[in-house]
Design a protein around this ligand. Sequence first.
Ligand code: ADP
Ligand code: MG
Length: 264
Amino acid sequence: MDPRDPAVPELLAHGRIEVTGRLVDASNATLFGTVSADGVAAQCVYKPVKGERPLWDFPDGTLAGREIAAFLVSEAAGFHLVPPTLLRDGPFGRGMVQVWVDTDDERELVDVCSPAKVPAGWIGVLRARGQRGEPAVLVHADTPGLKRMAAFDVVVNNADRKGGHVLAGTDGHLYGVDHGLTLHVEDKLRTVLWGWVGQALPADVVEALEKLRAELDGSLADVLGDHLTRREVRTLSTRVNTLLAEPTFPTPAGYGPAIPWPAF
Ligand SMILES: Nc1ncnc2c1ncn2[C@@H]1O[C@H](COP(=O)(O)OP(=O)(O)O)[C@@H](O)[C@H]1O
Ligand SMILES: [Mg+2]
């Protein structure tokens, strides 16, 4: 089912979840399955809270809630970058359920390649060496959608924007997934999308931030309070204000690694 099909949220919320597999490269219990009701079905990701691997830097049992909060922020700003995601009961208890995005592998937007093979117009963000010492570069495309994603990651303080978390949907839309490591109160931005450091935020991003600012002043702060601490919501609000006061893509804060590892 198209991730943006208007029937998706209702189906995700009330359909019957059947787990059919596990995503093998996933570090937590990240399950794959279908959610169905009245003969309609969609593929989905289901991450039970019980399957969350404890991390030193994020409080236990909070990753699913962060995924929902990131979705709510993306919607409130009008970014629409996160596939519909919600918290509900499933076969292994409460967890996050997110609609699956079919991807177009011909339209990859992040890559590691030889410096001689960087696609035209792409931006290099890191020089590295391959296993046999050959030079390699981490590169990403330069598109308005990807710029929106980079700005979204600043807003939600995403600590894990790997290449594999950037999906080009077969529906033509760009999606970001795996937002369990977001919205911490400390600066943790770790991303492969560093291509626009110091550049002005595009006008559509500034508009989105203004919309988000207004939503936070309305009911969004309370809604987010179901998934985040009050301090986390306040810190989100501060990040939005800071970006609006100085609308440029920030430089790495310098506290931890700026690029997630592995990068994919
Ligand atoms: N909603 C989705 N649609 C399509 N692919 C997804 C979706 N969610 C995750 N994936 C794919 O599955 C991989 C593992 O899922 P992810 O959310 O990153 O799990 P983990 O939290 O364990 O790292 C992702 O890198 C991505 O390729
Ligand atoms: Mg992941």
